[in-house]
Design a protein. Structure first.
Length: 299
C-alpha cells in the first residue's frame, strides 16, 4: 500500500535517462519551489490543485496532463480537502538530444489533449512502470523508446490544440482538430463510431461537422489519405503491394484494391507500371466551407 507523502519524491535518473515517480499526497503535503534540469510530465489520477510554474498558476484535476519544462521553477499545491495523486515521468535532456526542438514544442502547464491521447498517456505510463519495476533485460531501452514516443505524441497534440471558444463551438473545434491530425493518423485501425465517441459526440453530429469542415465524408477522406500514401510508396519504394496495403492502414488486400481503383482509376500494380507515377500531396484541410461533393482525385 502506498503511503501518502508529505513532501515531494526525490528523483535520481538512471543511465538511460527516464524515471517514473508516484506521489500520493497526504493532507499535509508541502512542496517548496524546485527547479530541475530534466523535463517532467505529470498525469493527475485523483484530487485537484495547482501547478505554479514560474509564478503562473495552472489549475489541475483528475485526468489532466501537465508538463514542467526543464529549468522552470515550480511547486505543486493541493486544493484543501482534495489532495492530489499523480504520476510523473522525468526525462533527462540527453534522451532528446537527437531532436533538440522537441521539448520546446511542449508548452509548460496543463496540456490540451484529446481523450485518446490521455488514454495513451495512461497506457504508456503503465508500460514504463511495469518495465521499471521488472528491471529486466532491455527494460531501459524499452522505457526510453516508449517515453520518446509519448513526448512526440504530446508535442504534436499541443501544436494542433485550438483555443477554447464558446460552448456551442466545442464540437466544431474538436472535429477541426481531429481533421488536422488525420494526415498523421490515417493508418490507425478505427471506426466512425469510435472516432465520434472519442470526441464525445454522436455519430450523426460528427458526420455532419466533418462533412461541413472537410467537404467530404469521413470515409472518403480516410480512403483518400490512405491511397495517396500508397501512391507514394508504389512510386518511390520496391515494397510489395501487400506490405503497402498494410502500411496504409488496410487490414485486407481486397479492400485496398477496391479503394485504390475507385480513387485512382487503375489497380495498384498497374499504377506502379506507369512511366511517371508522381504522387500528389495530401489534400488540404479547408475549414468551415459548405459541404459539396468532392471530386475523386487521380494520384
Amino acid at each position: 500500500m502506498t503511503v501518502p507523502r508529505q513532501h515531494p519524491v526525490e528523483v535520481s535518473l538512471p543511465g538511460y535517462g527516464v524515471f517514473v515517480l508516484e506521489s500520493q499526497h497526504a493532507p499535509q503535503f508541502h512542496m517548496p519551489a524546485e527547479q530541475h534540469s530534466f523535463l517532467e510530465v505529470f498525469l493527475v489520477i485523483r484530487g485537484s490543485g495547482v501547478f505554479d510554474l514560474g509564478g503562473v498558476e495552472h489549475p489541475c484535476a483528475d485526468g489532466d496532463v501537465v508538463a514542467v519544462p526543464p529549468g522552470t521553477p515550480h511547486r505543486i499545491a493541493d486544493r484543501p480537502g482534495d489532495p492530489l495523486g499523480l504520476y510523473g515521468v522525468c526525462v533527462a535532456p540527453d534522451a532528446w538530444r537527437h531532436d533538440p526542438d522537441l521539448v520546446g514544442r511542449l508548452p509548460g502547464g496543463r496540456l490540451s489533449v484529446r481523450p485518446a491521447v490521455a488514454d495513451r498517456v495512461r497506457t504508456d505510463l503503465r508500460r514504463v512502470l511495469f518495465e521499471q519495476t521488472r528491471a529486466g533485460r532491455a527494460s531501459g531501452t524499452l522505457i526510453l523508446g516508449v517515453t520518446l514516443q509519448l513526448l512526440a505524441v504530446l508535442a504534436r497534440s499541443a501544436e494542433l490544440a485550438l483555443p477554447a471558444g464558446p460552448a456551442g463551438r466545442d464540437h466544431r473545434q474538436a472535429v477541426a482538430r481531429y481533421l488536422a491530425e488525420l494526415p498523421d493518423r490515417f493508418f490507425e485501425p478505427t471506426s466512425l463510431d469510435q472516432v465520434a465517441g472519442e470526441l464525445g459526440m454522436s455519430r450523426r453530429r460528427f458526420t455532419e461537422l466533418f462533412r461541413e469542415l472537410a467537404g467530404e465524408s469521413w470515409a472518403d477522406r480516410l480512403a483518400r489519405l490512405r491511397v495517396r500514401h500508397a501512391c507514394r510508396l508504389l512510386a518511390d519504394t520496391p515494397r510489395s503491394i501487400a506490405a503497402i496495403a498494410f502500411e496504409a492502414g488496410y487490414e485486407d488486400l481486397s479492400g485496398f484494391y477496391r479503394a485504390f481503383k475507385r480513387l485512382v482509376g487503375v489497380p495498384p500494380d498497374a499504377y506502379r507500371k506507369r512511366s511517371d507515377p508522381v504522387p500528389l500531396p495530401d489534400p488540404p484541410i479547408p475549414i468551415a466551407r459548405p459541404a459539396k461533393t468532392a471530386a475523386r482525385p487521380n494520384c
